[in-house]
Design a protein around this ligand. Structure first.
Ligand code: HEM
Length: 333
């Protein structure tokens, strides 16, 4: 009897084991099996992992629209929603904080020997027109671009959906159309001032002596000092890079596919943030950072003592070329 019970137990155990193996086998076989993307019950996540994208079939000629999801799209979205906002906030707010501290520490750089009452032309009317056209476009491009990056988290809750939509639509049109005069401005700046912006040995000396803005020194400089040359090249290279990448985005799929556009957007946005930070520094020195600098681009002339202190070699060249090149400043009425 005991033998019989033992035998039954053995058979029951063997049967249970066989059933367990039979049930487990399809599951393990399923894991390694290739996915059939057209199967009706295929899982989205599994498909994304296996194929790297979720793609269907379509009936319109634009085959790009058949791709519904791709992993690079998720990485790009994370860049746009998180990483870019950090880069932008650190670059722009960091530069603003730096300028505030610098101003509190250094104050305005004054014309040390006072105003001479004589003026010399620094930028002609055409140069000033090009500068202000490019600068105005740049400011609108910067504000409308920052709205794409930061508008949704910062302005939408304040303005409400309707006002935010109207403003964003307007800003987007401005960004698209002002890109053309801005690009023309960058090309003209490149051609107009390239002659004075090739680095030379005077720049090394200028940097070594703190450029006259960190200390009270007045290192000699030709028409543009090393700091201004740096701004020039930032405008030419930064402006060129934002134009090329911007037009790739403005005219989608003409020159590149979706991956190229994702790269173009990343380069465009990062260059834009650094460009804005650099221009804040430029605006600071041209206004509250240095006495007598703004009038160079405002009226086109500077005080001779300002020129002596900041651009002595240029002033000497100008006076050699035209000894009577200075005019008496009009007394204020
Ligand atoms: C010169 C030509 C430029 C062109 C053709 C251009 C074009 C574009 C386009 C098409 C977009 C994408 C807009 C969208 O997603 O709907 C964009 C975004 C942007 N642009 Fe420009 N842009 C130019 C210059 C600039 C400049 C000079 C700046 C900065 C001062 C700038 C800052 C930005 C910023 C911050 C974004 C948003 C990035 C993001 O969050 O995705 N752009 N631009």
């Amino acid at each position: 009897m005991a033998k019989l019970i033992h035998g039954v137990r053995f058979i029951a155990g063997a049967l249970a084991l066989a059933v367990f193996i039979a049930m487990a086998a399809p599951a393990s076989a399923q894991q390694g099996a290739p996915v059939n993307p057209t199967a009706s019950a295929v899982k989205e996540q599994q498909l994304l992992q296996e194929l790297g994208r979720i793609q269907g079939r379509g009936s319109i000629p634009d085959v790009k629209s058949y791709t519904l999801e791709q992993p690079a799209g998720r990485e790009w979205r994370h860049f746009h929603e998180v990483t870019l906002r950090w880069i932008g906030a650190i670059a722009v707010l960091g530069m603003l904080a730096l300028l505030v501290f610098f101003y509190l520490w250094r104050g305005m750089v004054k014309i040390e020997s006072g105003r001479s009452g004589r003026k010399i032309e620094r930028f002609n009317a055409f140069e000033r027109l090009v500068h202000w056209m490019t600068a105005t476009c740049f400011i609108v491009l910067a504000i409308s671009g920052l709205n794409i990056t930061f508008g949704k988290p910062l302005l939408l809750p304040l303005m409400g959906p309707e006002a935010f939509t109207t403003w964003s639509e307007l800003a987007k049109y401005a960004h698209n159309y002002l890109s053309f005069p801005f690009t023309i401005g960058v090309v003209l700046i490149f051609l107009m001032w390239i002659g004075g912006n090739i680095p030379n040995s005077v720049d090394v000396e200028w940097v070594k002596r703190g450029g006259g803005i960190v200390g009270d020194d007045h290192p000699p400089a030709y028409r543009f000092n090393a700091g201004q040359k740096m701004i020039y090249w930032i405008v030419v290279i930064g402006g060129g890079a934002s134009a090329v990448t911007g037009y790739l985005l403005l005219f989608p799929f003409y020159a590149t596919g979706i991956e190229g556009m994702q790269i173009a957007q990343i380069v465009h946005a990062v260059v834009a943030m650094l460009f804005i930070a650099a221009m804040l520094g430029h605006i600071y020195i041209g206004t509250i950072g240095m006495e007598g600098a703004f009038e160079a681009m405002g009226e086109g002339t500077v005080d001779v003592n300002w020129a002596k202190e900041h651009h002595r070699l240029w002033l000497e060249e100008e006076l050699r070329r035209s000894p009577k090149g200075t005019t008496r400043a009009q007394p204020a009425e």
